[in-house]
Design a binder for this molecule. Structure first.
Ligand SMILES: [Zn+2]
Length: 227
């Protein structure tokens, strides 16, 4: 169920925020900036709904992480599921958001992802989580999969009773799908200790799993068919 509210045309404001409960997404709109059609706000709204909806399967109302430091599994997975859904109607936007996530992950991957919460860098759970999920989807596609659901479904089935998913579970599945390549070791290093050369590490991760990209200097640019 999607509940949407209008708080009024507050001068000088464009606000859209909300939250999620099991089976329910609540979204609030406020501000005079929303009286006219606002494409940026529309994109953000569609992203929010897609991301929160993904949590019905992967996240607090579906199967949750074991520890808060493992939020990269649920936030990154929800991002990947949301981008896949959004790509069907607005491919450029979904690709740009995924690209943004990869760049943000490169910026933060010198430090361990698992302690991002303690550093108040929660965005890292989304950006590196989505980057790892992208590698997982690409490896899965080589085996005939279509999207992130094909990667995560066996884990959701396996943990239907305890309803908890941890890094070790995810990495075991990733190793199986990526053929025990270097890829799992790279994800593990970024998660637990950080890496000295994030661009190089993520480039190797992309090569090992078949993520289509090109490299110019320190930037990895995703190809249009990355999503
Ligand atoms: Zn989320």
């Amino acid at each position: 169920m999607l509940l949407m509210g209008w708080r009024g045309a507050t001068p000088g404001k464009v606000i859209n925020d909300g939250g999620v409960r099991p089976g329910q997404i609540v979204f609030n709109f406020e501000g005079e900036g929303l009286l006219e059609r606002n494409e940026r706000a529309a994109q953000r709204t569609r992203w929010f709904i897609a991301h929160e909806m993904a949590h019905f399967w992967l996240g607090t109302s579906g199967i949750a992480y074991r520890k808060p430091s493992e939020a990269w599994i649920t936030e990154g997975g929800a991002e990947m599921m949301a981008f896949t859904l959004l790509a069907a109607t607005d491919h450029d936007y979904a690709l740009a958001e995924l690209q943004h996530a990869v760049q943000d992950c490169i910026k933060s991957a010198t430090k361990p992802v698992i302690s991002a919460g303690e550093r108040h860098e929660n965005r890292t759970f989304y950006s590196c989580g989505a980057t790892f999920a992208l590698a997982a989807v690409s490896a899965q596609k080589r085996k005939g999969g279509r999207d992130y659901f094909d990667f995560i479904r066996p884990l959701l089935d396996e943990h239907r009773s305890d309803r908890l998913l941890g890094s070790a579970d995810w990495l075991t599945r990733f190793d199986a799908v990526s053929g025990d390549s270097e890829a799992g070791g790279i994800v593990k290093s970024i998660l637990s200790v950080g890496v000295a050369d994030p661009t190089g590490a993520i480039e190797t991760l992309f090569q090992q799993t078949g993520v289509p990209y090109s490299r110019n200097d320190n930037k990895l640019t995703l190809s249009a068919n990355a999503i």
